[in-house]
Design a protein around this ligand. Structure first.
Ligand code: GDP
Ligand code: MG
Ligand code: ZN
Length: 295
């Protein structure tokens, strides 16, 4: 399923985009059908103009966002193979804590993540690259404007279902247009705001790539919270911590002030970037606030 459009769905059937509606008991699963879902059709409707969706297949992954006002969560995209965090080298300047939050959400959902630093024609990408490659992430430098890095990015997206996320203005729509000439996505628009005006839920739209695979530009995911993460497992969302977890002096070490902390020792060797550690502390503190506040 590519996208929800009001009461119907845009679906891809054997390479052709068609319209579908939910049928019978599938209607009860309506909240569960999101971009990226594999759906079953009523075979009798395959030759009709509008297909009937009978059910939603089990998902191997799910990205969720919190419903504004704290009324639970809503799926944003299903069956996501990777999260691609897009930031700009400048205009707007990268915000390390925002990048880290998006990476944490991917890790918490067990979805592999990578980073794209766009607008490399404006400024050097190296500060962000140093910071995140050390943490264990692949970082690709691009410039949608000149085409720099676009082939490399395309090679990472082919055959997978990817979600592009990151601050507005980083160039996500421009990158998609560069990757898929003819797509004609509007550039310079804050799609999240526009879409929220008409729908209370912000969902993603999957765009099929000519060479195989799908990419979603997700309004809303950029504001996704880290609310759903168990504080005791936050450390596992930092790949550079992982080899050290369990080697701290205390089994229940929170890596803040405890003596003999093996994670904090990484700061001294330079294996842990201070900005990454700052992100850990910030998010840890946020998670200390009663999780019930969000429910
Ligand atoms: N200099 C420069 N500007 C870019 C680049 N990519 C996008 N932009 C500009 O950045 C602005 C925001 O781009 P857009 O794709 O809408 O960002 P989005 O909000 O992440 O989808 C637009 O004015 C684009 O023309 C780039 O590689 N270099
Ligand atoms: Mg955009
Ligand atoms: Zn520790």
């Amino acid at each position: 399923m590519l996208a929800r459009e009001g009461g119907s769905y845009r679906v891809l059937v054997e390479g052709i985009e068609r319209t579908a509606v939910l049928r019978g008991k599938a209607k009860r699963e309506v909240d569960r059908a999101v971009a990226g879902d594999r759906v079953r059709f009523d075979p009798a409707t395959l030759t009709e103009d509008v297909l009937g969706i009978e059910g939603v297949e089990p998902r191997h992954s799910i990205l969720e966002r919190r419903i504004p006002g704290g009324r639970g969560t809503r799926a944003v995209a299903a069956n996501v193979d990777q999260v691609v965090v897009v930031t700009a080298a400048a205009d707007p300047l990268p915000i390390p804590q925002l990048i880290d939050r998006l990476l944490i959400v991917a890790e918490a959902n067990d979805i592999p993540a990578m980073v794209v630093v766009n607008k490399c024609d404006l400024a050097s990408a190296s500060p962000v690259i140093v910071h995140l490659e050390r943490a264990g992430y692949e970082v690709i430098a691009t410039a949608a404007r000149s085409g720099l890095g676009i082939d490399l990015l395309r090679s990472r997206l082919v055959g997978k279902e990817s979600v592009l996320t990151g601050p507005s203005g980083a160039g996500k729509s421009s990158l998609l247009n560069a990757l898929e000439p003819g797509l004609g996505l509007r550039v310079g628009e804050i799609s999240a705001k526009l879409r929220r005006g008409t729908h209370t839920t912000v969902t993603a739209a999957m765009i099929p790539l000519a060479e195989g695979g799908f990419v979603a530009d997700t309004p809303g995911f950029s504001e996704v919270g880290v609310w759903a993460i168990d504080r005791a497992h936050l450390d596992e969302c930092f790949p550079e911590f992982v080899p050290r977890i369990g080697t701290c002096r205390f089994d229940d070490c929170t890596h803040r002030t405890e003596p003999g902390c093996a994670v904090r020792a990484l700061l001294d060797t330079g294996e842990l970037h201070p900005e990454r550690y700052a992100s850990y502390l910030t998010v840890f503190t946020e998670l200390e606030v009663s999780p019930r506040d969000w429910e």
